[in-house]
Design a protein around this ligand. Structure first.
Ligand code: GCB
Length: 593
């Protein structure tokens, strides 16, 4: 008896933990929400002095009171927005910053309230009216807390402790080549939900069957046997499904006359999901993606991915993009390069970018920050990597633009890494069988041959690698001697290649950091591409110069990685036009239809 009670408790705990990993309301912006973006008070707290008191947000009541902080008198930061770009003192800051925001709520009987954050880097502890609502780790994915019991009718306050300290066991780890932007970098909303509400759904074409829509709807606060209607009026689809004991209902709808989504025709349908008490509408495109031998097939047809890598940074701030217009600007630069594909490196980007890519017709590679040598043998490092992957897939699984989940970048092949990454690859496949799984791998060069034999390749649908011939290996004018040897009979994407140039700095093709040096690398790279059997895409490094604390040459870098095709002031470098010309040619050879 005792034993089975213990078993039951254990099961409940396991289930709660597993569920908590992806417990976010699907399509939050389409729900009844109170937006909490704007100016939030903040206190910089490098010594964590506030741990025992700031969450209370105390104010002096009597003149003798000793209170050594005051949110109301403290300055403000924009939310969403990283703190580094908003206060010169915070440019390099790594540590704790406390945020405070007041909100007025007209509480409605019978509703549930969720505080939803689109992202906060890296750790966030959230308090409502002096009580802890919850905490979250991982700097790029959304999280939420049920705050129904913590809110009052009328004035309320939220305090959030955010800490962006780099740690060995975190994902990413201590060493990475981008700016460690801290703060509440995504929108914050208060969602008002009915008691029984549609918490999640996936509505996509089945794998390899473009005549069948598959997926699920999850009701929360469920009673079994609830009816849910899924409607796609423009495709003449209407079906009713019934939830099981867990509030879960499977979708399986024949769909004969769909117009398929593609970069040339990014057709999105209005999809309505309706339960007795809740309804949500979303624009969804339908397409299949699969591999066949060395081919990548979009809607059954071979495609070449004309791509580019991007960081989630608006160079004009410079900092994390704060609104849709900034995200759009960056995507349109990629379109100008004639890209049909973007690698969102090296962590989940602003959610708007995937939604915009759906409507602009851009295919996406999305990645988690399993970058370089992380703490492979630490079980909590694995857990946080898996959690970030789960949250990313939970967030973007209805995006037709997203075709590849990447489980990491340049992870050196050791036994410990192999175990970790194979488990993560299996996890990615188990979360979503309608997309491809990949990772940016490392090869090695011997006798002018770039050899890719990384064991992890066997677990991936697409084998991808980074190579810097002409920049880190050899010089631009001797690149033609290099050959490639790839041990896999799978489609290949070159996920990084390129070199740096300071926009406006000119020299001959042997002058490091000149536009001519970079241009020559690109001219010779595209020639090398022609020799790679099975090459089905390229995403050179990178669309725009980006901030990095590792790039310290004052004359050329000044804390910027200069491998962008566009400078931080928006100036296109010569190499931009070389890649564009190559993509124009590839577009003629392959069809995006
Ligand atoms: C790489 C990394 C990327 C760096 C880039 C570089 O291999 O994947 O994050 O920024 O090289 O510029 O060296």
């Amino acid at each position: 008896m005792k034993k089975s009670f213990f078993f039951l408790i254990t099961c409940c705990v396991v289930l709660t933990v597993a569920k908590a990993q992806v417990d976010i309301i699907q399509n939050i912006d389409a729900r009844t929400i109170q937006n909490l973006d704007g100016r939030w008070h903040y206190i910089i707290d490098p010594y964590e002095t506030g741990n025992n008191s700031f969450y209370k947000n105390m104010e002096q009541q009597f003149k003798s009171d000793l209170i050594e902080y005051d949110f109301a008198e403290s300055p403000t930061l924009n939310v969403p927005g990283d703190w580094n770009s908003q206060n010169d003192q915070l440019l390099f800051y790594e540590g704790t910053v406390w945020y405070e925001h007041d909100l007025n709520v007209s509480l409605q009987q019978g509703k549930k309230y969720f505080l939803y954050f689109k992202a906060a880097n890296y750790e966030a502890v959230v308090y409502v009216n002096g009580q802890k609502a919850g905490e979250h780790k991982g700097g790029f994915t959304p999280f939420q807390f049920n705050v129904t019991m913590l809110l009052h009718d009328g004035n309320n306050f939220v305090v959030v402790k955010v800490n962006n300290t780099r740690r060995k066991g975190s994902v990413p780890t201590e060493n990475f080549d981008w700016w460690n932007y801290g703060g509440i970098t995504g929108d914050v909303v208060l969602a008002v939900m009915p008691q029984i509400y549609i918490s999640d759904y996936k509505i996509q074409l089945s794998k390899r069957d473009n005549k069948n829509i598959n997926g699920f709807v999850q009701l929360e606060g469920h009673q079994p046997g609830q009816k849910i209607t899924v409607r796609i009026p423009e495709a003449n689809i209407r079906t009713t499904i019934v939830t099981n004991d867990s509030g879960y209902a499977v979708i399986n709808i024949p769909a004969k006359n769909l117009h398929y989504w593609s970069p040339k025709h990014p057709i999105l349908y209005d999809v309505f999901i309706e339960s007795a008490n809740d309804t949500v509408k979303e624009k969804i495109g339908f397409r299949t993606i699969e591999t066949k031998g060395k081919d990548i097939l979009l809607n059954g047809k071979s495609i070449f991915l004309r791509g580019i890598c991007m960081h989630d940074e608006d160079p004009f701030i410079p900092g994390r993009p704060r609104n849709i217009a900034e995200c759009r600007m960056m995507l349109l630069w990629a379109k100008e390069l004639n890209c049909n594909f973007i690698r969102m490196a090296h962590y989940p980007h602003n959610e708007s970018e995937a939604r915009l890519s759906d409507s602009l017709g851009i295919l996406l590679w999305e990645e988690v920050p399993v970058y370089w040598s992380i703490d492979w043998e630490n079980p909590s490092t694995y857990d946080i990597a898996q959690q970030q992957l789960s949250e990313l897939v939970a967030r973007d699984k209805n995006r037709s633009s997203v075709i590849i989940w990447s489980i990491g970048n340049e992870t050196p092949a050791t036994d410990a890494r192999e175990k970790f990454m194979e488990k993560l690859a299996d996890h990615a496949h188990s979360l979503d069988n309608t997309r491809l799984v990949s990772a940016a791998l490392l090869g090695h060069i011997n006798n002018d041959t770039f050899h890719l034999d990384d064991r992890l390749g066997k677990k991936l649908d697409v084998v991808s690698f980074n190579e810097y011939i002409g920049w880190y290996v050899g010089l631009p004018n001797e690149m033609s001697k290099y050959k490639f040897k790839i041990d896999y009979d799978k489609p290949i994407i070159i996920t990084e290649t390129g070199g740096g140039a300071l926009a406006g700095f000119h020299g001959d093709e042997a002058t490091r950091f000149s536009e001519e040096f970079q241009k020559t690398i690109y001219k010779n790279q595209v020639k090398l591409f022609a020799d790679i059997d099975g090459l089905r895409g390229t995403t050179p490094w990178i669309l725009v110069d980006f901030r990095s604390p590792k790039r310290l040459n004052p004359a050329y870098q000044d804390y910027w990685n200069r491998k962008g095709l566009i400078s931080e002031t928006g100036q296109k470098k010569k190499a931009f036009y070389v890649l564009k010309a190559f993509y124009n040619e590839m577009e003629k050879k392959y069809s995006d239809k």
